[in-house]
Design a protein around this ligand. Structure first.
Ligand code: DX5
Ligand code: ZN
Length: 216
């Protein structure tokens, strides 16, 4: 089963005061989703941005939005980010003792459910509830910051998940660039979050096109 390779740029490393233009450029040049990194200063040290920025961006492009909630008690944020226009909500396994119930509650609200796993978390919490999940996010760095180096031990986790499910969307997030993309693809990932690599490129339109072609 060959799953389509999808590009989900993260806006975290961009200049947020100018972010509308960057999001429009990426959407027009092959981005499939916009990945929104929500940090609460508790689950991870930084605070990023909230649902008001997401709502302000929503009318500017037509591609879907996903919220990656790096927050404790993630269920407190579900309604706000769905109302702001996110089609998929990804919460962390480590942030709740009720991942099965929270995934169900997202689908009941009409959203897709994603479960994120930190680099130190085994794949089993996701395997146990695969029927309730639209996507599993295998963190390939420790969450909290853009621009960190890819952690190679995560390739084994991707392989184990892909062996267990040929069809679940497996997303990777952190340290993805042209050198690490082939490794995570080969291991079985098919949804690729890219932040600082795209932000660093002098021509964002061309870089997005080229990266999307490499994701396919
Ligand atoms: C990390 C975030 C990522 C991050 C990716 O906590 O979840 O989405 O912005 O950034 P890069 O691509 O720079 O590793
Ligand atoms: Zn993320």
């Amino acid at each position: 089963m060959k799953l389509e390779g999808l590009l989900a740029p993260s806006i975290l490393s961009f200049d947020l005061s100018q972010i509308g233009g960057a999001v429009q450029t990426m959407a027009a040049n092959g981005a499939d989703w916009i990945h929104l990194d929500i940090m609460d200063g508790q689950f991870v040290p930084p605070i990023s941005f909230g649902d008001s920025l997401v709502a302000a961006l929503r009318p500017q492009v037509s591609i879907p939005f996903e919220a990656h909630l790096m927050t404790l008690t993630p269920e407190r944020q579900f309604d706000a980010f769905i109302a702001a226009g996110c089609t998929r909500i990804i919460f962390h396994s480590e942030a709740t003792v009720h991942s099965h119930r929270l995934a169900q509650s997202l689908r009941q609200r009409g959203a897709q459910a994603g479960l994120a796993l930190n680099p130190g978390t085994p794949v089993e919490p996701a395997l146990e509830i695969l029927d309730e999940l639209d996507l599993v996010l295998v963190m390939t760095v420790n969450p909290g910051w853009g621009g960190q180096p890819f952690l190679p031990h995560t390739l084994n986790k991707i392989r184990r998940l892909r062996e267990a499910s040929p069809s679940v969307a497996i997303q990777v997030d952190g340290g993805i660039d042209p050198s690490t993309l082939p490794l995570v693809k080969e291991a079985g990932a098919n949804v690729f979050v890219v932040g600082s690599y795209l932000q660093r490129q002098p021509d964002l339109a061309l870089a997005t096109q080229a990266f999307k072609a490499a994701c396919r």
